[in-house]
Design a protein around this ligand. Sequence first.
Ligand code: SF4
Ligand code: SF4
Length: 290
Amino acid sequence: MKELVVISGKGGTGKTSLTASFAYLAGENTILADYDVDASDLHILLEPKIKKTYQFYGGKKANIIKEKCIGCAKCQEICRFDAVKNVDDKFEINKIDCEGCGYCYRICPTDAIEFKDNLSGEWYISKSRFSSTLIFAKLDIAEENSGKLVTEIKEVARNLANENNKDLLISDGAPGIGCPVIASLSNANYILIVTEPSLSGFHDLKRILELVKHFGYSAGCIINKYDINKKITKEIEIFSHNNELEIIGKIPYSDSFPKSLVLKQTVVEFDKSDIGKTVENCWGKLQSKL
Ligand code: SF4
Ligand code: SF4
């Protein structure tokens, strides 16, 4: 089994639209995973039927048992995150502000603070409208440990692919260069970076490639909307050449992308001529890398 992970340093490059198109072209003998657990959206295009739901516990949070609290305020004094509030002379902990350090739990003189695993989100095994299996997750608002959740669903996706003799795992990687994207990359066979010719797009390409190279992964790049700024596209091409980053394809700007999203279609379903063919060519080249 081979894993292709699609990433981009910044949002809005067309990463998820292209991942969904590759999922469509790959067909049912594929496992799909969405590692963008903070704002997953691959499922919007793939309209999956959820088969199983699992809970994700991302860490611990403190909670005051009111009946045991004598109101000494020690927990409020030591909390560095200002998570302990005094509401009408009753102490309580704001779940969003609590960072789960456990200090208050240790110093409470009456054992009035419990420190329990925190339900932070859910993840799902589902069947996409292409009949392939899609694993995706939803982290609750303001919850942390997205890297841990990515690691959890990645392990599930890889195990499912191996157990079911699937040749390919296509993954929509987490954004940025932090812990979730590092977790997205692990054990990947090929990394596809989707970029665009803007100053921020080029800057983020450099940052993400540094990360990819640091971990020693093979990578290629698609320049989406390459014709909106041909000067920066040229600079990206020179940069890619100098850094052994293969250009898998260049896709011109097209309103087929937003139009297909409105219809909840992939761009290769929506536009079977120009853009569809260009994306298909990129897919053909990617397959040869896997
Ligand atoms: S330290 Fe314990 S007893 Fe004191 S205010 Fe906090 S919860 Fe209540
Ligand atoms: S666990 Fe840490 S962050 Fe949370 S309320 Fe207690 S002291 Fe504050």
